[in-house]
Design a protein around this ligand. Structure first.
Ligand SMILES: Cc1cc2nc3c(=O)[nH]c(=O)nc-3n(C[C@H](O)[C@H](O)[C@H](O)COP(=O)(O)OP(=O)(O)OC[C@H]3O[C@@H](n4cnc5c(N)ncnc54)[C@H](O)[C@@H]3O)c2cc1C
Length: 477
């Protein structure tokens, strides 16, 4: 255990080798969605077990949190931008709920002690300034520091370090089993395990963002949707120790060039378009700031300068190699507006959930907002739900078996389900995933990869972040 468990949890532990815990609400994952869920459930009087395996994407967020807080803005305008990014696949009710709840969610976070920087920034595809930052580009880690302080003050929340093995349940979820033999039995379970971009070889995510929660929900019988929609970030350093290069650098005049130093793209295009252009270009690509003022670069982009130095590159003299990398995943456990999955007793929030707010493509900076709003809503619904404690392990569905290591699965998914996809490439990947025997960890990776490739193969037309180059419809660059 990390931190001190609340008295009710402690009372339920067997005296020696504490392996079974009973609680009202189990929250799996302590990123922003899980933290918001745990705090809300505790506020409503529930005993909460909050289990996590380490830092996920919330701590990495740089840009900030989008909400219509300025007088010239409105939830309606925010909704229009969100719908334009996500296309026909957005659920308009979910989008309206998200954007309407934005300003109140900012006030809720402030009531917990969160301090946003003043003002709001305008970011790609937002028609107005509405992205709130915390300590500049350290938004995620700063926000999560405030959330952890708030959780530490809440005696009803017991924090536990653990890695999800499987959900408990037989037709309804009654908790979860974790590696090392820990079992948590709960009246309701909120899954907040993040997305699956970390499964890709090239990723901006932690390897923890592997889709494990979504996979176990699916194995237990919950409906999963939209797994083919993966957003790629165009400017990630290509080389050992990859790091994300902020879009603001392109806004400040950085050039994208080929190996001969020639520009081949409009750098100010949206993120997806730049990723596609890089993938279609095929050759090596670089971001160059050698023509920009060193004083401005040092002052405005300290992270970029520091990261370049760390990998032995002087960006004032040479161009920095870049490649698109998997960044955010739109698919996940299908939920209603209260985070309810199709499996009784199981709720999902944050990047592991498919709520309908992002559709085929997420509007940048909407995901932190979604995590906070849906985490709270899922907790409120979970606290009010039936108590369904069941005992059996749910392993009803196993998707794939292949003679592959985890590394091989990552490379496979990168090439078959990257920025540009073909039916033939997806079919080859699925055949490789189906052939042979696997270790347990590779089986999980292969099963999530199979879910992504199957969904991508089934969607024959390009839409949002899903681009099929074997499609008759021309793709926009
Ligand atoms: C580099 C980067 C920058 C970003 N910038 C922004 C931004 O500026 N604005 C924005 O809105 N979004 C941004 N995003 C996306 C955003 O950060 C995420 O979508 C959001 O934080 C997801 O929150 P979450 O709580 O759902 O999941 P996460 O924060 O990923 O947390 C997942 C939790 O689940 C736990 N977990 C995972 N697997 C297991 C397991 N098997 N067993 C037990 N626990 C497990 C982890 O330990 C962790 O506690 C960014 C993402 C990245 C990677």
């Amino acid at each position: 255990m990390t931190g001190s468990p609340h008295p009710a949890l402690r009372a339920d532990l067997p005296a020696e080798g504490a392996r079974v815990i009973r609680t009202d609400v189990l929250v799996i994952g302590d990123g922003l969605a899980g933290s918001a869920a745990a705090l809300e459930a505790a506020r409503l009087g529930a005993r909460v077990a909050l289990v996590s395996a380490g830092h996920g994407s919330s701590d990495r967020a740089q840009g900030g949190l989008a909400a219509a807080t300025l007088p010239e803005d409105s939830p309606r305008l925010h909704a229009l931008d969100t719908l334009a990014a996500g296309g026909d696949l957005c659920d308009p009710d979910a989008v309206s709920m998200l954007t309407s709840a934005g300003p109140e969610t900012v006030r809720w976070l402030e009531s917990l002690g969160v301090r946003f920087d003043g003002g709001a920034a305008r970011e790609a595809a937002h028609s107005l300034p509405r992205v709130l930052h915390l300590r500049g580009d350290q938004s995620g880690s700063t926000l999560m520091g405030f959330m952890r302080d708030a959780i530490a003050r809440e005696p009803r929340i017991g924090r536990i370090q653990g890695r999800l093995h499987s959900l408990l349940g037989d037709g309804a979820c009654g908790g979860a089993a974790f590696s090392g033999g820990l079992t948590v039995r709960a009246g309701a379970t909120v899954l907040a395990t993040g997305g699956y971009a970390g499964l890709f070889e090239r990723t901006t995510n932690s390897r923890l963002s592997s889709g494990k929660g979504i996979l176990e929900a699916s194995r237990a019988g919950a409906r999963v949707a939209d797994m083919e929609f993966v957003q790629f970030h165009p400017t990630v350093f290509e080389g050992p120790g990859p790091f994300l290069i902020t879009e603001a650098l392109r806004g400040a005049g950085a050039h994208i060039v080929d190996a001969d130093g020639r520009r081949f793209i409009d750098e100010l295009l949206p993120r997806d378009h730049v990723s596609r252009a890089l993938a279609m270009h095929g050759g090596r690509a670089y971001i160059s700031v050698t023509h920009l003022d060193p004083v401005v670069l040092r002052r405005s982009f300290p992270n970029f300068m520091r990261n370049c130095r760390r990998v032995g590159i002087d960006p004032l003299r040479e161009a920095v190699p870049i490649v698109p990398a998997a960044h955010y995943t739109m698919g996940g456990v299908a939920t209603d507006l209260d985070g309810r999955s199709s499996l009784a007793g199981l709720f999902a929030a944050g990047e592991c959930a498919r709520t309908g707010v992002h559709g085929a493509n997420r509007l940048a900076s909407n995901s932190l907002l979604e995590a906070a709003i849906f985490g709270r809503r899922a907790a409120a619904a979970a606290v009010g739900s039936e108590k369904t404690i069941t005992n059996s392990y749910a392993r009803s569905r196993v998707w794939a078996r292949g003679d592959l290591t985890v590394g091989a699965v990552r490379r496979l998914i990168d090439s078959a389900a990257g920025v540009l996809r073909t039916g033939a490439g997806l079919e080859r990947a699925l055949a490789a995933l189906r052939a042979g025997g696997l270790s347990e960890s590779a089986a999980d990776a292969a099963d999530v990869a199979t879910m992504i490739c199957s969904a991508a193969l089934a969607r024959r037309h390009s839409l949002g972040a899903h681009q099929r180059v074997d499609e008759p419809a021309p793709i926009a660059v």
